[in-house]
Design a protein around this ligand. Structure first.
Ligand code: Z5A
Length: 212
C-alpha cells in the first residue's frame, strides 16, 4: 500500500550494534545535509522524552524490570506515538535521519529468544524507511570502543546474538558500510549514498509501510 504524494523528505535510518557509530554519523549527516540547504532533522529511538520513553529509559538503566514482550511493545509504542509527526514532517519536505528504528526493536527482542515474527507484528504499518544504512562491525570490535556502560544489553555475548538477528532481518536494499573505518571515511561513504535517495523522494517516490 502506498499513499501518492509529490515532493517529500526522505526517511533515512541508521542501524547497527551498540558503539558502531550511529549517533556520531547521524549528527554528521544532518550537518552535511543542512549545509546543502536541505530541511533535515535528527531523530532517535527510543525517544526517551515521552512518557513511554521514560519507562523504556528506566528499563534500560536497570531501574525497572519488565517482561520481554512488554518492553518490546513499549519500544514499538514509542515509534507509534511519533508516527503521525513523522509523516507530517516528511510530507512537509523535511528529511529525517533516524538513529535506530524497528529493526533494533526486532533484533534486540528476538536476540532474547522472542519469536521474530511476533516481534515484527506491532511494527507493521509504521512508515518504511527510504534507506537503511547498516554500520557493520564485529561485536568484539564494537566492544573495544570506549567500553560498555551500565545499560542493559551492553554485554558482548548479547551483542553477538543481536548481530545474528540483524543478519536475519537484513534485506538487499540495506546499504552496508564498514564501520571499522575511520570516522571521516564512514562519513564520506554515507554522504555519497544518501543524496540519491533524498533526490528520489523529492521527485515523488511514494511513502510506503513497513512489513505489509
Ligand atoms: N533498543 C531496543 O531494544 N529496541 C528498540 O526498539 C530500540 C532500541 C529502538 C538504546 O540505546 C538501547 O535500546 C540499545 C538498543 C535498544 N541497546 N543497546 N545496546 P541507545 O540508542 O541509547 O544507545 P546506542 O544506540 O547503543 O548508542 P551508542 O552506545 O551511543 O552507540 P552508537 O550511537 O552506535 O555510537 P557513537 O555514540 O556514535 O560512538 C560510540 C563511541 O565510538 C564514541 O566514543 C565514538 O567517538 C566512537 N566512534 C564512533 N565511530 C568511530 C570510528 N569510525 N572510529 C573510531 N571511533 C569511533
Amino acid at each position: 500500500r502506498a499513499c501518492n504524494i509529490e515532493s517529500r523528505g526522505a526517511l533515512i535510518v541508521l542501524e547497527g550494534l551498540d558503539r558502531c557509530g550511529k549517533t556520531s554519523q547521524s549528527s554528521r549527516l544532518v550537518s552535511y545535509m543542512e549545509g546543502l540547504g536541505n530541511s533535515v532533522e535528527l531523530w532517535r529511538f527510543p525517544d526517551r522524552t515521552t512518557n513511554v520513553g521514560k519507562m523504556i529509559s528506566a528499563y534500560l538503566l536497570n531501574q525497572s524490570e519488565l517482561d520481554d514482550r512488554t518492553i518490546h511493545l513499549l519500544f514499538s509504542a514509542n515509534r507509534w506515538e511519533k508516527r503521525s509527526m513523522m509523516e507530517t514532517k516528511l510530507k512537509a519536505g523535511t528529511t529525517l535521519i533516524v538513529d535506530r528504528y524497528s529493526y533494533s526493536g526486532v533484533a534486540f527482542s528476538s536476540a532474547k529468544g522472542v519469536d521474530l515474527e511476533w516481534c515484527k507484528a506491532p511494527e507493521i504499518g509504521l512508515l518504511a524507511p527510504d534507506l537503511v544504512l547498516y554500520l557493520d562491525m564485529p561485536p568484539e570490535k564494537a566492544a573495544e570502543r570506549g567500553g560498555y556502560g551500565d545499560e542493559r544489553y551492553e554485554r558482548l555475548e548479547f551483542q553477538k546474538k543481536v548481530a545474528q538477528c540483524y543478519r536475519i532481518l537484513h534485506d538487499p536494499s540495506w546499504k552496508m558500510v564498514d564501520a571499522c573505518q575511520p570516522m571521516e571515511d564512514v562519513q564520506k561513504q554515507l554522504q555519497e549514498i544518501v543524496l540519491d535517495h533524498v533526490l528520489a523522494c523529492q521527485k515523488g517516490k511514494p511513502l510506503s509501510l513497513l512489513w505489509s
